[in-house]
Ligand binder design. Structure first.
Ligand code: ZN
Length: 557
């Protein structure tokens, strides 16, 4: 799973598509395209290459080339005409052609993700095909399901799996074609580049991952290389291949190709290791009835902090991923667990280009200067970790069930609110235990307040925005967020917010533990709303960028 911050949980790009108000300007004129493009602040992203060996620096150049091939596979996966359209735009020297090319590159395609996926290049379909280019045109869900139901278990596994596209056979029926065959023309050179990189690096775990991933590109069997990725322990950290299924809006079966070429940030990775080691202690101290705590948490996922040096494929498209948790293959996850990767330079860029300007508008002048990156970063991690803590499997009236099942359509918004607020509670707990510096306490709450506006700005129809609105109104009602009439801004009352955060964590987790749908519905109905004062602040955020458009100078851009 990929994550935008604080729109955690990865559907960020999809949610945004439905929620951000499009600018009034049109896409078929220069001014309209400029307005759309301006929502992405251009940003150079770099990593510390000095920390790499000479071999790794040479390997890096090969991986950049392999990542560019992921762009091409991704375009083919998205829409059958995408590659050809890109070539035409590249050859178009007019100002309109150049503007379209720029926006095409930001979106990795002719569909504007912040505007419900509307196309902005003549000749493209009005919206992306629902099943992308993974299925033949005209195929219905019913036709697919009937066909898949008629297959052997192995055939069905391919048809509904990550790594096969569905095509028409000579008789007009459906057939599953392995990625290795469908994209051979691009996967063969990609595999060759990975092997070259494997020959250049001096890190055995990277050598192994790259070699096995090259094999997978040609064999279509990704299992061994996913396991090798879990074991990857290298200053040059790479994630390349088919991963996320969001683009397959028809079934969420098929994985899109992408690449993250990154450099590990050793100091930050070490610093965050303390969090994994404290999870059981955090669970044991949750502010809920001890009967609801989990006395035996499972093995924790490794956490890596990295800086992006180059990306390719889906990783480049639209709103930038701030963190991811992979692999998605449940067989690997059940045997080896999953790994969390925090993309630090991406998060820094979002903080500087989006959160700081929001703080300058929304926060009281006395607190604007107190927002800080460190607590922003650690809260993102705390949010992710807290998803794994608290009630999940529960018993309601003697019946074994899960929070998700009992909360039904409310479960996502409620769970996101839980992860945010209990993430704050967790960090306060670690501050009080001396594990996190005391001086981050006040900036943490102030930075969180700025982050509320960033999330709610995308709308409260989406789980994260809705959960944030709930927290905001609860904390305002408790006097922890204070509105200042003359300046039209908000500030944090630090003494008041601590008990309020604990109480809201307790309230949400207790509702989850009891599977109390009615109580969750009541809390969301009264608090997950945008009140007029908050709306006034949101209205003043109009010109601030929504996200970043990265450029990678170390990858030759
Ligand atoms: Zn989340």
């Amino acid at each position: 799973m990929h994550t935008d911050v604080p729109l955690l949980a990865v559907m960020a790009a999809l949610f945004l598509a439905a929620l951000v108000t499009p600018p009034a300007a049109r896409a078929d004129d220069l001014a309209g395209l400029a307005a759309k493009t301006a929502r992405f602040a251009p940003t150079d992203l770099t990593g510390d290459l000095a920390s790499l060996s000479a071999g790794d620096r040479n390997a890096l150049a090969k991986l950049v080339e392999a990542a560019k091939l992921m762009d091409r596979i991704y375009l083919r996966q998205m829409w059958s005409g995408a590659e050809e359209m890109l070539a035409k735009l590249r050859a178009d020297g007019t100002p309109l052609g150049k503007a379209r090319l720029r926006y095409f590159q930001i979106n990795m395609g002719p569909f504007s993700r912040l505007d419900h996926g509307e196309s902005f290049v003549p000749g493209a379909p009005p919206k992306p095909p629902e099943g992308a280019n993974y299925y033949p045109p005209g195929m219905t869900k019913d036709e697919f399901n009937r066909w898949a139901g008629s297959l052997t278990p192995e055939g069905r596994a391919d048809a509904t799996g990550f790594f096969h596209v569905i095509r028409r056979d000579a008789k007009g029926g459906l057939t599953a074609v392995p990625f290795a065959q469908e994209y051979r023309e691009l996967l063969e050179p990609a595999a060759a580049l990975l092997r070259e990189a494997a020959g250049l690096t001096d890190n055995p775990s990277l050598k192994r991952y790259l070699t096995l991933r090259a094999d997978a590109f040609l064999s279509n069997d990704y299992y061994a290389s996913d396991v090798a990725w879990m074991e990857l322990d290298s200053p040059l950290d790479v994630t390349i291949g088919p991963y996320e299924v969001y683009m397959d809006e028809l079934f969420n079966y098929k994985a899109a190709f992408e690449a993250y070429v990154t450099v590990r940030n050793e100091a930050e990775t070490r610093k965050l290791a303390v969090f994994s080691s404290r999870l059981q202690d955090v669970e044991n101290n949750l502010p809920i009835d001890p009967a609801y705590r989990n006395p035996q948490l499972g093995a924790s996922a490794p956490i890596r902090v990295v800086d992006e040096v180059f990306t390719g494929g889906e990783a480049r498209a639209g709103v930038q991923t701030a963190a991811f948790n992979l692999p998605n293959d449940e067989r690997v996850v059940s045997e080896k667990g999953s790994k969390r990767v925090m993309l630090k330079n991406v998060q820094e860029a979002k903080f500087d280009k989006v959160l700081r300007p929001i703080a300058a508008v929304a926060l009281h002048p006395s607190q604007r200067g107190r927002i800080a990156f460190e607590p922003f970063f650690t809260h993102i991690l705390a949010h992710e970790l807290m998803h794994g803590l608290g009630p999940h499997a529960i018993t309601v009236a003697g019946r074994q069930t899960t929070v998700r099942q009992e909360m039904k359509e409310l479960s996502s918004a409620f769970e996101e609110a839980k992860a945010d607020i209990s993430g704050l509670w967790m960090l306060q707990h670690l501050i009080d235990a001396g594990e996190v510096p005391r001086e981050t306490e006040e900036p943490m709450y102030i930075t969180f307040l700025a982050g509320v506006f960033r999330s709610v700005r995308f709308g409260i129809n989406e789980a994260h925005g809705r959960g944030m609105a709930l927290q905001f109104n609860y904390l305002e009602d408790r006097g922890a967020f204070v509105y200042d009439e003359p300046s039209g801004t908000y500030r944090v009352d630090v003494a008041t917010i601590k008990p309020a955060v604990r109480d809201l964590t307790a309230a949400i987790m207790t509702i989850q533990a009891k599977g109390d749908y009615e109580a969750a519905r009541e809390m969301l109905a009264t608090r997950a709303v945008i009140r007029p004062r908050m709306q006034q602040v949101l209205d003043r955020l109009g010109a601030i960028p929504v996200d970043i458009a990265p450029r990678f100078p170390q990858g030759g851009e």
